[in-house]
Design a protein around this ligand. Structure first.
Ligand code: PEP
Ligand code: MN
Length: 354
């Protein structure tokens, strides 16, 4: 059972709920978020009924959740959650695009990349400073210097930054350097200790899908973060492993409406790692927006052939600008707005007015 406390519920009200659960012989899990506290009862729930809690002060609702994931389940939260990143919203009616290079390389590269991201209309910038590479001999990322280069370049355009955290020992550094959104990569989706650590902080987390993870495993990974009290979670579909080898991964478009049904969390899509080729990005991105994605994570590089990592899938600044215009039209067709690109097909001067 989950007991949803009112946003203003104080410690005494929370303690009273905890005591009542314990008195029935069940264990308690308290998730204190910045907006509200959620209290879970763990054990034989048949002893509990919502009515036992709903009369207590500070309790908004109590309900049995049938799914194994509780806090992230749509069951108790019919409205979709939005995640705020310094005034930018992920979720809701807007479709938010996060763009930037796979990895931070040099100051010049980052400045050109930030200019391209901002010119295209995206409001958040990505860049990996700690890279999970298949080969130990491949470029591993520019590290702390890389985080600083990303922050400096993005700040010129007021763009919040998204960067991947691989090692919990770097979490304080990420916070100190002002990383606005922590990305947990596909290879770490079930690194439970890392999930617990990011669950303790009040920084939004993009949780990428493990390359062979089921929807259930992915949502349970998100539950780890929520259980720690961090409710600012965004799920990112980035392609899964199948028998197909013609492209890097298979974009699981089906996951988008399925997640929308199962969870209240925002869902974004990374078409770059899904397809692995720049020419595939527009088709996959369009499909994602049409299927209901709340945003995209797109790799853009000022000079893709020279990229130190994932060169094949990076868009040029010009390709990115074109993609944004196309996506604005797709978003409009499904009743949404591409954040940062208000100009819609219906407003184009070159089209005859009906
Ligand atoms: C990335 O975003 O650069 C990345 C490494 O992604 P993934 O974890 O999806 O492979
Ligand atoms: Mn990459």
């Amino acid at each position: 059972m989950i007991v949803v406390m009112e946003p203003e519920a104080g410690d005494a009200a929370i303690a009273a709920v905890e005591a009542k659960i314990r008195a029935e012989g069940l264990r308690v899990h308290v998730s204190r978020g910045t907006e509200r506290t959620l209290i879970g009862a763990i054990g034989d729930e048949r002893k509990l009924s919502p009515a036992m809690f709903e009369t207590l002060p500070g309790v908004e609702r109590a309900l049995h959740i049938l799914k194994p994931y509780k806090l992230v389940a749509r069951e108790w939260h019919a409205t979709s959650t939005t995640v705020r990143v310094r005034g930018n919203v992920i979720g809701g009616n807007g479709v938010q695009v996060i763009a930037g290079p796979c990895s931070v390389e040099t100051e010049g590269q980052m400045r050109a990349a930030a200019a391209a991201v901002a010119a295209g209309g995206a409001r958040l910038m990505r860049g990996g400073a700690f890279k999970p590479r298949t080969s130990p001999y491949a470029f591993q990322g520019a590290g702390l210097e890389g985080l600083r280069m990303l922050k400096e370049a993005a700040s010129r355009y007021g763009l919040p930054i998204v960067s991947e955290l691989m090692d919990m020992r770097m979490l304080d550094t990420f916070l100190h350097e002002g990383v606005d959104v922590i990305q947990i990569g596909t290879r770490n989706m079930q690194n439970f200790d890392l999930l617990k650590e990011v669950g303790r902080v009040d920084v939004p987390v993009i949780l990428k899908r493990g390359m062979s993870a089921t929807i259930g495993e992915w949502l349970m990974a998100a539950e780890y973060i929520a259980a720690g009290g961090n409710h600012r979670i965004v799920l990112c579909e980035r392609g899964i492993r199948t028998f197909e080898t013609a492209y890097r991964n298979v974009l699981d478009v089906t996951a988008i409406p399925m997640l929308k049904r199962e969870t209240h969390l925002p869902v974004i899509v990374d078409p770059s790692h899904a397809g692995g080729k720049a020419w595939l990005v527009a088709a996959l991105a369009g499909a994602a927006v049409a299927a209901g994605a709340d945003g995209l994570l797109v790799e853009v590089h000022p000079n893709p052939p020279e990229a130190w990592c994932d060169a094949d899938q990076a868009l040029t600044p010009a390709e990115f600008a074109m993609l944004m215009h196309k996506l604005a039209a797709v978003a409009e067709a499904v009743g949404r707005t591409l954040t940062g690109v208000p100009r819609t097909t219906s407003q184009r001067e070159d089209l005859p007015v009906a």
